[in-house]
Design a protein around this ligand. Structure first.
Ligand code: NAP
Length: 272
């Protein structure tokens, strides 16, 4: 039996029940460089909703103008290696893995070996399947773009979301003092993840009075401008050309790695 159950969609739509269908398909055939994973769990993140809905519209330039090019929007997976291509090293049938693959809302999915990692025995398949896309997005924000270091202060908006929950934990692990922005019922949860301070966005506008010049997109890791807060000057000045001293306390986005591309500090232009 080389067929399998899979979830597919033939048209865009914002409601999963309206567009996703359970069907039977042939199992994917893998190439010499691929791994076939028997999927034990997958997960849904915000990006998958965008792909399913085809919204916002510019996404369709990539995902298909009239209908989805790929009928199965799943990307996250955790499961057991079922087969490996002839050129694959490092994985063997029976290995428990997690990562990203193609068309993962199915019993079997193909994945590239460099997009897989060995699943820790301490994680269930369901837990592991929540990590790949959201965790990598947070890692890119906190480690690669934010370059968060010990002693910095980091503000995570959307801290209770898929990306934000990882961003809080990562920034905490890197030794930062984390302030998390979330709604009232989730404040204790983000504290438990490592946030030392919380801001309830339903009661407080964390950009109020700051000029609102930073992006308000959720899950953006931000850190204090050292010229504002007088901390972590060395790490910040490594990425900025001419920080001005003695600004008011405030928060700057560190999502951009260089001075030329960084978002303006909310306190830019304020008198010393
Ligand atoms: N998921 C991914 O892998 C991925 C990849 C690339 C980019 N992104 C983008 O990153 C953003 C977050 O994605 P996500 O997957 O983390 O989404 P999510 O799971 O839906 O989380 C979004 C969070 O935003 C919070 N929020 C809503 N309104 C807010 C406000 N006014 N101020 C502060 N926080 C507010 C919500 O907090 P409460 O729950 O407390 O109400 C919610 O937890 C989205 O724009 C997404 O498109 C996501």
């Amino acid at each position: 039996m080389d067929d399998m159950a899979a979830i597919t969609q033939q048209r865009y739509g914002a409601e999963p029940e309206a567009v996703l269908r359970l069907v039977r398909l042939a199992r994917p055939r893998i190439g010499a460089d691929d791994v076939l994973v028997r999927v034990r769990a997958s997960s849904v993140d915000r990006g998958i909703w965008h792909a399913m809905a085809g919204l916002p519209y510019p996404i369709r330039a990539v995902s298909g103008l009239r209908r989805p090019k790929g009928p199965n929007p799943g990307r996250n997976l955790a499961g057991i290696v079922a087969a490996v291509g002839a050129k694959v090293t490092g994985f063997a049938p029976g290995d428990e893995v997690y990562g990203t693959g193609t068309a993962t809302f199915a019993e079997y999915a193909a994945a590239r070996p460099d997009r897989l990692a060995t699943k820790s025995a301490g994680l269930t398949f369901a837990q592991a399947a929540t990590v790949p896309v959201c965790g990598l997005t947070a890692l890119q924000a906190v480690r690669d773009n934010g370059r968060v270091q010990h002693g910095q202060r980091v503000l995570v908006t959307g801290a209770a979301g898929g990306v934000g929950t990882f961003a809080v934990q990562l920034a905490h692990q890197y030794g930062a003092e984390v302030t998390a922005v979330a709604s009232t019922p989730k404040l204790d949860a983000v504290r438990a993840l490592g946030a030392e301070h919380v801001i309830d966005y339903t009661h407080e506008d964390f950009l109020a009075g700051a000029g609102a010049t930073t992006s308000s997109s959720t899950s953006r890791a931000t850190a204090p401008c050292p010229t504002c807060a007088g901390r972590s000057r060395r790490s910040w000045t490594a990425r900025t050309r001419s920080p001005r001293p003695r600004r008011r306390s405030g928060t700057c986005s560190t999502a951009a790695p260089s001075a030329s591309s960084r978002s303006p500090c909310p306190t830019d232009g304020l008198p010393d």
